[in-house]
Ligand binder design. Structure first.
Ligand SMILES: [Zn+2]
Length: 242
C-alpha cells in the first residue's frame, strides 16, 4: 500500500500502477474519518495507517455503494465496532445489494459491482449539506444514483469517489479512458455525471482525490477540460452510458 499525504489528508493506494484503488484517512483534531473502504484486502493497511496516526477511527464514510469502495467494510467494523458508517440515503440501497431504480430517476441501468455479501449497514444516512467533522457532503449522482463527494472545509480539498477518475487521464465518470475504462463501464448515467462534474468545479477545490488515480493539486482546469470532453461525447450524438 502506498500512502500520500497532503495536509490533513492521507491517500492510501493499492496497486497504484496496475489497478489503483484508493481510500482516504482524514485527520481531525481528536479522531480519524475514513472515506471509502477499498477491497477486502485493504483492511490491514487502513488499520495500520490509522494506528500510525495515533487517533481513533470513529467514522467510515462511503462515496457510493460499489464493491471496490466497500469491500473492507465488514472487516473494519469487526475490528473497530465503534466506528459509525455513513452513506447517502440513495446508495444505502446499493450497499444492501438493491440496484433497482426509483421513480423520477433516469431509467438507465445501475452498473458495476454491487455488494451481495456485505452485512454491515449504515448508521447514518447522508443528505446534501450534512457535516461529518470537517467534511461537507455534496450530492454528485451519475456514477451511481446516490454517489456523494466530500469537501474538507479547512483545506478546500474534495474527495469525489468515482465522479472523476485521474488514472491514465482525468475524466468525468462515464467517459471511457483508454487502458482504464472500468469506472466508465460501471457508470449509471453520463448526463447526471456531467452535471455533478460542473457542481464539483463550482466548489473550486484545492485538491481532487478520487477512487482511482493520483491526487490532483489545483485541479480545476483539468476538471474543466474533462467536463468539456464529456460534454462532447453527449452533444456528439455518441452518448455512451458504458
Ligand atoms: Zn464505482
Amino acid at each position: 500500500m502506498r500512502v500520500t499525504q497532503e495536509g490533513n489528508l492521507y491517500q492510501l493506494t493499492w496497486l497504484p500502477r496496475i489497478f489503483p484503488v484508493n481510500c482516504y484517512l482524514i485527520e481531525e483534531e481528536q479522531e480519524l474519518t475514513l472515506i471509502d473502504a477499498g477491497m477486502s484486502y485493504s483492511m490491514k493497511g487502513i488499520l495500520i495507517q490509522a494506528e500510525k496516526l495515533r487517533k481513533p477511527l470513529t467514522r467510515i464514510v462511503l462515496t457510493h455503494g460499489h464493491m471496490d469502495h466497500v469491500g473492507a467494510l465488514d472487516g473494519l467494523k469487526k475490528n473497530v465496532p465503534e466506528a459509525k458508517v455513513y452513506i447517502s440515503e440513495r446508495d444505502a440501497s446499493l450497499l444492501a445489494g438493491d440496484r433497482s431504480l426509483r421513480p423520477g430517476e433516469p431509467q438507465s441501468p445501475v452498473k458495476g459491482s454491487v455488494p451481495s455479501k456485505i452485512v454491515t449497514g449504515p448508521d447514518v444516512l447522508l443528505h446534501e449539506g450534512d457535516r461529518i467533522g470537517s467534511l461537507v457532503a455534496v450530492n454528485t449522482p451519475g456514477h451511481t444514483p446516490g454517489s456523494m463527494s466530500f469537501q474538507d472545509q479547512r483545506s478546500g480539498a474534495v474527495i469525489a469517489g468515482d465522479a472523476f477518475q485521474t488514472f491514465r487521464a482525468v475524466a468525468v465518470s462515464g467517459k471511457k479512458v483508454p487502458w482504464f475504462p472500468f469506472p466508465a463501464m460501471a457508470t449509471w448515467n453520463l448526463e447526471q455525471a456531467l452535471a455533478s462534474a460542473y457542481k464539483l468545479i463550482e466548489l473550486n477545490p484545492s485538491l481532487l482525490g478520487v477512487g482511482h488515480g493520483n491526487l490532483l493539486l489545483d485541479p480545476v482546469e483539468a476538471m474543466k477540460r474533462a467536463a468539456a470532453e464529456a460534454e462532447g461525447l453527449l452533444s456528439g450524438g455518441g452518448a455512451v452510458h458504458g
